[in-house]
Design a protein around this ligand. Structure first.
Ligand SMILES: [Zn+2]
Length: 248
């Protein structure tokens, strides 16, 4: 037993029905990373756990052992993200964010800051007219915080500062080539042309200048194509494509 007792806070990412009335679920917990639990009898309406175990619920959990599938003794809802769940599109987007985050959650270290960022981002989805941009910022920051940040200001080949003009981005090398170095790119590299405006979006995210982003004329910038580039970079890092990204 831990000295603090078996207690943690986290976001439920997945649930599976088990036997007649049990639910097995995965929690992105702030202290222990990805943890699996079992809610015995949770499907019975009379159970104290009833109604609390579902994906995208932020909960407080008490559990009785440190086994790999610990039974939950008590569960308290903190935020069930009702507004997100009442909108199918936002729900799909949130499920993508949760699946993505789970892949990057570490089992060993404290994940509180990553969990806090995820919760804040899901919340932001309901308060914005550009949910795609909110997701873009999250993806960008997630790659960066795990050491896979994109090289935005300098050429990945000669390290010179990039001029204010369109440039080609290499998915394989997570950065831009300057005009002089474009010929150095490997023929197997996937290159995507970026306009100045699209580069400004990534530069503003890199500088955390969110005011600048909100002032951009987003109707004239294809957030979708930027988002596809980040998704390609992410699947490059993870080695897999996320299931839920297809529904965005
Ligand atoms: Zn160069």
């Amino acid at each position: 037993m831990k000295s603090k007792g078996n207690y943690t806070k986290g976001l439920i990412s997945r649930c599976t029905n088990y036997k007649d009335s049990d639910i097995i679920f995965t929690l992105l917990s702030e202290e222990n990373g990805v943890q699996n639990f079992i809610g015995r009898g949770a499907k019975k309406p009379s159970s104290r756990l009833s109604g609390h175990i579902e994906p995208i619920n932020y909960v407080e959990i008490y559990y009785s052992s440190n086994s790999s599938l610990a039974p939950v003794s008590q569960i308290q809802p903190i935020n069930s993200f009702i507004k997100v769940k009442s909108d199918y599109n936002l729900l799909m987007k949130s499920q993508y964010l949760v699946e993505l985050s789970e892949k990057f959650f570490s089992d060993e270290t404290n994940n509180k800051s990553q969990l806090d960022r995820l919760l804040k981002t899901i919340d932001e989805l309901t308060n914005t007219s550009h949910p795609e941009l909110v997701i873009l910022v999250y993806e960008y920051e997630l790659l960066k915080s795990h050491g896979f940040g994109l090289s935005i200001f300098d050429c990945i080949n000669c390290s010179k500062t990039l001029n204010r003009e369109s440039h080609y981005f290499s998915i394989n090398n997570s950065g831009f080539y300057c005009k002089d170095c474009l010929g150095e790119a490997n023929s197997s590299e996937e290159l995507i042309k970026f306009s100045i405006e699209s580069q400004v979006v990534f530069r503003s995210i890199e500088r955390r200048n969110y005011t600048a982003i909100s002032q951009l004329d987003l109707d004239n910038i294809s957030i979708k194509s930027l988002s596809e580039i980040l998704k390609k970079s992410i699947s490059n890092v993870l080695g897999v494509q996320l299931k839920t990204s297809r529904f965005l």
